[in-house]
Design a protein around this ligand. Structure first.
Ligand code: NIG
Ligand code: FE
Length: 419
């Protein structure tokens, strides 16, 4: 059989083909790899993985000599706020004066500012903007991601955001998981009636389910936003409606959202900067993935980062994500997140690669199709302009992408998206 593409002389071919679908605790410190590897595919499906020596007799339309470069699965970004209107550079001065994130929100800025811009934008405008960001995420090596709504905070605009994600999933080869985050903030018109607002949002569950618009429901459980009790009630209804759940938990104030996520059997608990020591320990005996977003801590200019070490040492599983959004993390650069994880979360390079592949896939229920390279899977493959896997978390602030293959097709080269 003649292949379409064969990559040879891959200095390190990270297959990430662990026996388990998710890696926890000490296992996070291992990466399955083939030295001097080769990988080939036909019709977008991987048909060969082995050493360059074993690939010697294969024939392929295209043979690419990787000259010792690192090759990995396409990365998985399990937490983004992909669809939104406008941007928030007008809040820079407030940020620099030290006005806290939650204070800006209270004054009607922050998320509320993006809600106004999103409500005012047309479907086409939002679609084009999200597509632009999607291509940029891809140019950094991401082939699978999660996208949240949450900048509508009314029925019409929340559904508009979810429909845009559905269209993007239909029109591109990216693997996209969709999350309904109608409970992202209390809109002004419901300022004194948060429970009525949550009831309204829960009123959308059935329609979202029936139209296949989202697989997950998320809530911002935070001081001045939604309480533990409100989060529990809302997510319990979501589970009853057939959704898997997630929580923006303990991002700024320690409320106990992490414990709640674990108690509810959430797919992931995200942020966790202010998670309690007890919550950190609980990950050891839980299937909930801790999705850490160090780009947000960095951009909110905070000194303390989530306890990645504590979670891994307790036997838990950690994933990393960009949290791409216009307020707390305006970046599509997952490679910078990997740098921060090395420097600030004190994760080993092995832990970091597991956190952006297999564990990230698990956090968005894409573990059967993303995060690993195995024969029979889709050829979502990244070639890195890097000599080994330690190099990417080490050399910061640049894009190390040589090539991104999505469904077997080269879609980004030299760090740029190919139109
Ligand atoms: O994950 N904290 C809540 N949501 C986002 C930020 C959204 C925004 O500021 O626009 C986050 O940090
Ligand atoms: Fe977020």
């Amino acid at each position: 059989m003649q292949l379409d593409t064969l990559l040879i002389n891959c200095g390190e071919l990270l297959t990430m083909d662990h026996e388990t679908t998710v890696v926890k605790g000490e296992q996070m410190n291992t990466v399955p790899l083939i030295k001097d590897g080769a990988i080939g595919w036909k019709d977008g499906i991987i048909t060969f993985i082995g050493t360059s020596e074993q690939a010697k007799d294969l024939t392929s339309k295209k043979v690419i000599d990787c000259q010792g470069m690192l090759v990995t699965p396409g990365l998985v970004d399990p937490h983004t706020h992909l669809v939104f209107g406008g941007s928030r550079e007008h809040e820079i001065a407030l940020k620099q004066q030290g006005v806290p994130y939650l204070e800006i929100l209270k004054q009607g800025g922050g998320i509320h500012s993006t809600v106004r811009a999103t409500r005012n934008a047309s479907f086409e405008e939002l679609y084009e903007k999200a597509h632009f960001h999607l291509k940029r995420l891809l140019s950094y090596g991401i082939t699978t991601l999660e996208a949240k709504s949450g900048y509508g905070l009314d029925k019409e605009t929340e559904l508009k955001q979810l429909h845009i994600v559905k269209e993007l999933a239909k029109n591109t080869d990216m693997n996209i998981a969709s999350t309904f985050l109608g409970a992202h903030a209390i809109p002004n018109e419901f300022k004194d009636y948060p429970n009525d607002f949550l009831q309204d949002m829960a009123g959308l569950f059935q329609e979202i389910k029936e139209q296949g618009l989202a697989e997950f429901v998320d809530i911002f459980c935070e001081e001045g936003v939604f309480t533990i009790e409100q989060s529990k009630t809302f997510l319990t209804l979501a589970k009853e409606a057939g959704f898997a759940v997630k929580i923006h938990a303990d991002e700024i104030v320690s409320l106990g959202g992490t414990e709640l996520a674990i108690e509810l059997g959430a797919a992931s608990a995200d942020h966790l900067i202010a998670a309690s020591d007890k919550a950190v320990e609980m990950f050891g005996s839980s299937e909930t993935v801790a999705v850490l977003l160090p780009g947000t801590t960095f951009y909110l200019n905070k000194d303390s980062y989530a306890q990645a070490r504590g979670i891994i040492d307790a036997g838990g599983s950690v994933a990393l994500a960009t949290d791409f959004n216009p307020g707390s993390s305006p970046t599509e650069n997952i490679q910078f997140i990997m740098n921060l994880a090395m420097l600030k979360l004190k994760m080993t390079c092995e832990e970091i690669w597991n956190a952006v592949t297999v564990n990230a896939a698990k956090a968005i229920h894409k573990e059967d199709i993303a995060g690993k390279l195995t024969v029979g899977r889709r050829a979502d493959v990244v070639v890195w302009n890097a000599p080994n896997y330690h190099y990417v978390p080490y050399h910061y602030g640049v894009n190390h992408i040589q090539s991104v293959y999505l469904n077997g097709r080269e879609v980004a080269k030299g760090g740029a998206y190919l139109d």
